[in-house]
Ligand binder design. Sequence first.
Ligand code: FE2
Length: 278
Amino acid sequence: MTDVSSASFIPRRVSGPQGARETIAADGAAIVSGLPDEASAVAFARQVMGDKAVRCGTQFEATKTGGAREAMTVAAQPADHRGRKRDFGSAEERMVAHNDGFAFGDYAPDHLFLWCERPADTGGDSFLVDTARLMALLDADPAHADLVDFCRTVDIDHSEPNYPQGAFTPITRTTPSGRFQGRFHPYLAPVEGPAEKAHWPFVRSWEARVHQARDTGPMFRVEAGEMICIDNYRVLHGRDGHSDPQRKVCSIWGWSRDAVAIPEGPLDIVVPKIPMAS
Ligand SMILES: [Fe+2]
């Protein structure tokens, strides 16, 4: 099996918005420190996007209690007609690697900033998976030629169960602004129709490679006042399980002029309606 562990990486620690911007462009992510509160974290995030910043703000605060409350609401939502069921999981479980805002399709933020107010006492380490690197590793192995071709060229359904996005796109693409985008989340599915059965093995194979990168690569601890700055189009993220109710991480979503689409208002991940469809 192809070794894809190097698609998972520990971001470099840098200082200053420009250092973060340059490192995100080169590596897909960077870590900065010395941000004492949420307001300074949001302000720094906006500075990282610089002249290109359009929208930036705290999307939600990940705490064990808040997560459990949202998870109950989502658990009450029905499965869709294909049997896909939304599930936020629990804090104790290792997260599935994902791009944030995946439910919103083109309206997902192109930047993500994870500011740590308080880490878990034990566990909860972070991981990142660079989908550009993952695709390059797969592309270097002829055994994966069909999977690579599928990821680049075949439209799939990126929606969450019961919240259709109204458009289908490949797993990876280059956006109109020239950014590489590689996507994964727990609900990827083929487009319904005659080719659906033939496409499922490719979607499952992509899923397996993403899980493999997550589980064979490094994880890293983020301390209070530190922030992971992420190219949310290119890099998947998540954290290991933990059981500390005091852990608190803020997800700050940023849209720059490079984003494919920019929403006019806040997005609701509990009821993820696509802005244009609402
Ligand atoms: Fe996330």
